[in-house]
Each structure stands twice: as C-alpha cells, then as structure tokens.
Design a protein around this ligand. Sequence first.
Ligand code: NAP
Length: 265
Amino acid sequence: MSNSKGTALITGASSGIGKVYADRLAKRGYDLILVARDKDRLDALAAKLTADYGVKTDVLKADLTAKPDLLKVEDRLRTDAAITAFINNAGIGGPGPIVGNDPDKLEQVINLNVTALTRLATVAATAFAAREEGLIVNVGSVLGLAPEMFPSNYPATKAYVLVFTQSLAKELAPKHVRVQAVLPGATRTEIWERGGKDINSLPAEILMDVDEMVDASLAGLDLGELVTIPSLPDYGDWEKLNAARLHLAPNLSRNKAAPRYKAAA
Ligand code: NAP
C-alpha cells in the first residue's frame, strides 16, 4: 500500500526515540525507511509497522560513522523522490569528562552527532529544496543549552545541532521546506545504558518516557515550532532567550572595539 504522505527516512530507528518516531509517523500514514546498524531489530520493527498500519517499510543497515555506509544513506536521500520527511535522530552520548579523555572517543561523538547529521541534512535539504516540499527534524538536546549539566563534548555537539537547524531554517524558508530542532531532556532510552550509566540513578522527576517525548515533539511540529523543548512548561521562556540573542545581533560586528576594551588598553 502506498500513501499520499510520502516516505519518512529515520536514522537511529532501531531503538529509543527513533523507534517511536517510526511508529508515530507510520500511524500518520508515512511509508518508512528505517536506518541503523542492528538489522534484526529494524526488520522486526518494519514487519510490525507494516502489520499495524499497512504502510510500506524498507530497512537500510548502516553504520553512519563509516563513510561507505553514510554515502549509501546520502544516496537514498538524494535519489528517492518519494522521501518527504527526514528524521535526523541517530546519536550517541558522551564519553565522559574532556580532561584526560581519549581524543578518539570524543571524535567518535562528533562523527555521528555532527558529521553524519550534517552530511545527511545537507543532502536532504538540497533534494527537498529542489522539490519545494519536505520536513527535516534534527534531534538535539537540552544539553546544547546547558553544557554545565553534563561533562563531555556531547553538549557541544548538540549546541551545533541547534545552530545548524537555525541556519537551515533560514535558508529553507523560501523553499517551503519545514525544519525543526527537537531538544529532549533526559529520556528513558538505551542511550544511558550504552554510555555505561544506570538510568535508574537519575532523579525520576527529570526523566521523561520516550513515548511522551516523541508525542510532544510531534505536537510541537504541528504547532509550527522551529525549536521544540518537550519538557519546557512555558514556551515564552525559550522565546525570551532567543529574543535576547537577537538583541545582540546589531552589535556583534562593528568597525570599533567596545569602549571598555579601549579603556583597558
Ligand atoms: P538510543 O535508544 O541509544 O538510540 C540511538 C539510535 O542510534 C539507535 O537506533 C542506534 O541503533 C543508532 N545508532 C547509534 N550509533 C549509530 C551508528 N554509528 N550508525 C547508525 N546508527 C547508530 O538513544 P536515543 O535516546 O533514542 O537517542 C536518539 C537521539 O536522541 C540521539 O541523537 C540522542 O543524542 C538524542 N537525545 C537523547 C536523550 C535521552 O536522554 N535519551 C536526550 C537528549 C537527546 P544501532 O545501535 O542499531 O545502530
């Protein structure tokens, strides 16, 4: 069965947030292309979603930190004109504090959370812009706004996701392509266990169920938000922060140093 919503390609669909996106988008009538390394899990999910919702599903086994696999997914985004939504979700947690850490471990986080995310979004954005339709969801994290809460370069990769999404949104607005950055707080998924952290050691009041997180993100999308922070009670708080940033803009690049620096010199 094919349907009018087109196809959603979801990275990191084998577990956690990506898996729930797959369920919800199938429910909304999207056919699916599910991407991750664990093919058995993807196959099982694909079969279930086809049975539950009657959508077409395809599975792409790919390690997005391996260039040949990444190119394969880029190629699919570039050439499959049925793709109308791209959920750029695959990510890993941080390797722990920066000082004393193995630079290779920090680089691995950048390879997936920044490099793969950027390359895939670039290809999707180019394809969608040419067709003047489409949706890109980049999964960031609240840690991109609060690096002090989590030692490692992980928050920096997520700050990148936010700024990159803002840049994309500006470029894509005239092309009628929707973009959304989703900034989850702590969410009950395997990412914690994969990073060697016992999820049950987190205070219950900061940990959101993954179904609730994704449902809120899709509600934010439906509300037209560029940036969705599922747990933030007052969206005005985000708008104030953003307004403060924009307030700086006229003074961020001038032909004279600020008087306080001249006085100090
Ligand atoms: P998760 O359950 O561990 O899921 C991560 C997904 O990414 C899995 O499907 C995994 O599948 C895939 N993946 C990992 N490494 C990959 C690689 N090298 N190539 C391809 N796929 C890979 O974690 P999650 O919480 O759902 O994470 C999803 C996104 O949410 C991430 O970007 C994460 O940073 C973000 N996030 C999570 C939280 C949280 O507390 N859970 C909070 C804020 C943001 P395979 O192992 O099968 O490849």
